[in-house]
Design a protein around this ligand. Structure first.
Ligand code: MN3
Length: 211
């Protein structure tokens, strides 16, 4: 059983003008496909074959750099495509759990955006910004990771279950935004599918056995 590149849940040009079609093609068909293929190659014939990606990442300190980098790349991009939508943006429905939890943690939605943007723009070099559910408290927190690491990994400084992630590698924005990462982060806020993020939030809370 091999890992498979997931289809995008929308067309390549659907996120225009915020993320351009050319970037989406290269990012999905070249970068994400590359991580997927290299992950499959790295686990071929090992005890990791057939294991879930979450389980592999949870013990990633015991595996090779190829598994860490490509397993992270496979997981991170799979999450990233799902939380974007051409109908996304704005704030989450106030009645949803994720909205209530965001407001409890950050005071209001604008404060959350400010903190997330700050973390995303200050990550040096390549990496990701995350909104995560802490296990076992169930609280939300923002963090960032270098390269293709993520908070599910046992080597992450701050561990939790990611429910929202932003790719801040230059390959994610350079064609359209060049060095203007902050503008790309602003554009990202117009695309967030809060319905999907809330579903992940509720699932993470269940995993933490808090509901
Ligand atoms: Mn990427």
């Amino acid at each position: 059983m091999k890992f498979k590149l997931p289809d995008l849940p929308y067309d390549y040009d659907a996120l225009e003008p915020h993320i351009d079609a050319k970037t989406m093609h290269v990012h999905h068909e070249k970068h994400h496909q590359g991580y997927t293929d290299k992950l499959n190659k790295a686990i071929e014939g090992t005890e990791l074959e057939g294991m879930t990606i979450e389980k592999i990442l949870a013990n990633v300190s015991q595996h090779s750099d190829a598994v860490r980098n490509n397993g992270g790349g496979f997981y991170n991009h799979s999450l990233f495509w799902r939380i974007l939508s051409p109908e996304g943006g704005g704030a989450p429905d106030e009645k949803t759990g994720v909205s209530k939890s965001l407001i409890r943690k950050f005071g209001n939605f604008e404060n959350f955006k400010k903190d997330f943007k700050n973390v995303a723009t200050s990550r040096f070099g390549s990496g990701w910004a995350w909104l995560c559910v802490d296990e076992p408290t169930g609280d939300l927190f923002i963090t960032s990771t270098p390269n293709q690491d993520n908070p599910l990994m046992d080597i992450a400084r701050f561990q939790g279950r990611p429910i929202l992630g932003l790719d801040v590698w230059e390959h994610a924005y350079y064609l359209k935004y060049q060095n203007r990462r902050a503008d790309y982060v602003d554009a990202f806020f117009n695309l967030i599918n809060w319905k999907v993020v809330n579903e992940s939030f509720e699932a993470a809370r269940k995993i933490a056995a808090l509901v």
